[in-house]
Design a protein around this ligand. Sequence first.
Ligand code: BTN
Length: 335
Amino acid sequence: MNTRSDHREVLLERLRASPDGWLSGQALCAALHCSRTAIWKHIEALRHLGYAIEARPRLGYHLTGVPEAPLPAEVAPRLTTRTLGRELTWLPLVDSTNRWLAEKADAGAAEGYVVTADTQTAGRGRLDRGWHSPPALNLYASLLLRPTVPLDRAASLTLLLGLAVRRAVRSLAAGLAVRIKWPNDIWIDGRKLGGILCEMRAETDRIHHVVAGIGLNVNTTARDFPPDIRASAISLRQASALFFPRAEVLAAILNELEPVYREWLNQGLAPFLDELNDADLLKGRTVTLAQGDQLLSGVATGIARDGALLLTTPDGVTPVYSGDVRIRSISGLRD
Ligand code: BTN
């Protein structure tokens, strides 16, 4: 035990484990082999992170509240995974968690590494869009994967992540009708709840890494969204009238993802096709797909084994692998 965060983890463990809730400064000094002043500094740092710690003369310290933010000490006890999220960094502020993690990946970080941030100043969305990232409300997380699969399998990973997020949301708030809008959006009630951004570094025949970014609107209320997306975005809180600790949301996603990721490594999307087609927001709808300057219209008829969107046009069924999909004139739905 030598870093400050190691000390703080031990301190928290001791406070949580204390039978009557109180732990003397002396006991903490003995456990951490440090001075009372050092203990006091750690307590202050923990308070700053959102821990409520009462201090009383003669009794010592008492942990009375924990933060809902996805701090490692709050996520770890909820994880059932072997690798995903076992190494986890929380940042109060970053430009983009995807960019930050790509740098770590290039430096050799291991599969399963997760970074989350309280806020992002340059959150990235798909197709060079930004991602609105207000502090303290939502989940902004990136996960490092190093899948040993053929390159052409990688595109379907976005759908797999969407499926894991959908499962997690449904486990947290039963009854929510969560849909996946191919290829990377999570929708509820005709509005966008979140999105996935997978960014890959690869050679022609080998994937070095995938940084899988997840942005999920968790506790935002209407006034927290900027006016231009207020009508088209939704949060878990708006959809369910419940508050969700972000630590719980992140753990639920990682717990759902790990087993399906293992299955996907061996079998691709095949085992998940029924579930994906059940979640498919576009199925049966007339859509227009923008691919560069080209517009392609047709009826979306499902998701294929390789992750393609199947578009039925007068010329037959066309598998589509990329593009920006717009739903045509369906009342109650916005894209
Ligand atoms: C989209 O719907 O366009 C994808 C949005 C993905 C946003 C997340 S937030 C965490 C991670 N870091 C980023 O910069 N982007 C992703």
